[in-house]
Every structure is written in structure tokens, then in C-alpha cells.
Design a protein around this ligand. Structure first.
Ligand code: SF4
Ligand code: SF4
Length: 226
């Protein structure tokens, strides 16, 4: 399922989870020159994300194969965080079977920054500790697009969060300060049991989560936390 919430270019979705601090294992991003496509493929097959540089102005993001129906996959969210929803499967060469997508020109610095952030991690996967109740970053300055399913769920739960219409879509309304109107004390979601699919699917520790934390809270989750 394609997530139905978006924010220009980067930062998609939201989820003020009721969970307290929890540990999440996520991919480590590594840059590779095009001569090292084999090493890039091995890194990705071991669970990391690769950025394969054909030139300083041209790069591909490489992530493990994922199920198109899995809305929470880290690779999918790494692609969405580049402002893209399209990708392909490499059919030949060292990357065969892996998911690749060209990095848009205006996102080359984004993938450079991801690799710099993760350069302190030696292995393709790392564990990060996150506490959504101490964060709430993804519930600010977002665009949560409501589907029919979401609106039916609200009705069944007898809740009616304020909405706005924009470009033919129905969105959850934000306060002037950018916070979702449902974001309560201690970052609890006021409609948690009936929250929209976009909020349910948003994976803590995804690139979009880390971007939201950096943008809203100035936290760069590069330091070892495990
Ligand atoms: S409904 Fe609002 S507060 Fe609740 S998870 Fe979604 S964005 Fe966050
Ligand atoms: S940005 Fe990430 S850590 Fe923060 S509330 Fe959202 S999912 Fe949780």
C-alpha cells in the first residue's frame, strides 16, 4: 500500500505511538563507488542500504527486496524520503534481485548525509533506541491524508478530528504551530485507537522518522545508542 500522507520532498507520515522507549534494528547506509557494486550488493543483502555512485552527480539507492504490500518496510520509506514512490528490481549484474532507484538531483545531499550519519556504524544493521512519547516529531508539520477507510474508522469510533480540504484531498488539520490537533500531552495521540492508516504504517527508525526528528527536534540519530 502506498502511504497516503506526505510532506513536500521529505518526511512522510506520523505516528505518536503509545509505546514508550523501544529498540529497533534498522539498516545502516553506506556509500560505494560504482567500481564496488559487488561490495554494495553484499552490504544490502546483509540488511544495509547502499548508495552507489556512478559519478558525483549521479547515484542510485539500493535496498533489499521488499514485498510491495508491506507498507512499513524500511527500504520503501528510504525511497519515500527522497520524494519518490517508484523503484525497480535490478535484473542483472551484481545487484540482481535488489531494489534500486535513481536518486533525484535535489536529494544527492540527502543520501550523502545519511551515509555520513551512519559512518560510525561498522555493520549493515544497527539497533537504535527511540521513545515516541518523548518525541512526537512526525505528528508535526505533516500532511496526513485521510482515506475512506480512515473516515469510516473515525465514524465507528465516534470521533471527528478537524480536517481541511486541499487539492481534492481531505487532510487532518494542524494547529498554527504545526502540531496535529490530535497531539496531546506527552505526545499521546488523542485518536490513537482510530488513528489513520498513514499514522499506523509510519515506522519508527525509518528514514522519514529520523528526518522528522532532525527537522523538528534537531536530533541526529547517528550516535551509537545501543
Ligand atoms: S492522528 Fe495526529 S497525533 Fe495521532 S498519530 Fe496521527 S498525526 Fe500523530
Ligand atoms: S518521529 Fe519517530 S520516534 Fe518520533 S514519534 Fe515519530 S515514529 Fe516515534
Amino acid at each position: 500500500m502506498v502511504p497516503t500522507t506526505s510532506k513536500p520532498l521529505r518526511g512522510v507520515g506520523s505516528q505518536a505511538s503509545l509505546k514508550s522507549a523501544h529498540r529497533q534494528t534498522r539498516p545502516v547506509v553506506r556509500s560505494f563507488d560504482k567500481r564496488f557494486a559487488r561490495e554494495c550488493a553484499s552490504w544490502v543483502r546483509a540488511g544495509g542500504h547502499g548508495v552507489l555512485w556512478d559519478s558525483p552527480e549521479r547515484a542510485r539507492l539500493v535496498v533489499p527486496r521488499f514485498d510491495r504490500r508491506d507498507a512499513t518496510d524500511f527500504g520503501r520509506w528510504a525511497i519515500l524520503d527522497l520524494g519518490k514512490s517508484t523503484y525497480g528490481f535490478a535484473r542483472r549484474g551484481p545487484l540482481r534481485g535488489l531494489v534500486t532507484t535513481p536518486v533525484p538531483r535535489d536529494a544527492l545531499d540527502v543520501v550523502r548525509d545519511r551515509a555520513t550519519r551512519d559512518s560510525i556504524h561498522a555493520r549493515p544493521r544497527r539497533t537504535i533506541s527511540l521513545d515516541c512519547r518523548a518525541c512526537g516529531a512526525c505528528c508535526r508539520d505533516n500532511e496526513v491524508v485521510l482515506t475512506r477507510v480512515d473516515r469510516r474508522r473515525f465514524k465507528r469510533a465516534n470521533v471527528a478530528p478537524p480536517t481541511i480540504r486541499r487539492g481534492g484531498r481531505v487532510l487532518l488539520r494542524l494547529f498554527k504551530n504545526g502540531a496535529c490537533t490530535q497531539l496531546g500531552a506527552h505526545n499521546a495521540c488523542g485518536v490513537y485507537d482510530a488513528r489513520p492508516d498513514a499514522c499506523r504504517d509510519f515506522p519508527p527508525a525509518s528514514e522519514c522518522c529520523l528526518f522528522a526528528r532532525e527537522e523538528e527536534l534537531g536530533i541526529i540519530d547517528g550516535a551509537p545508542t545501543a
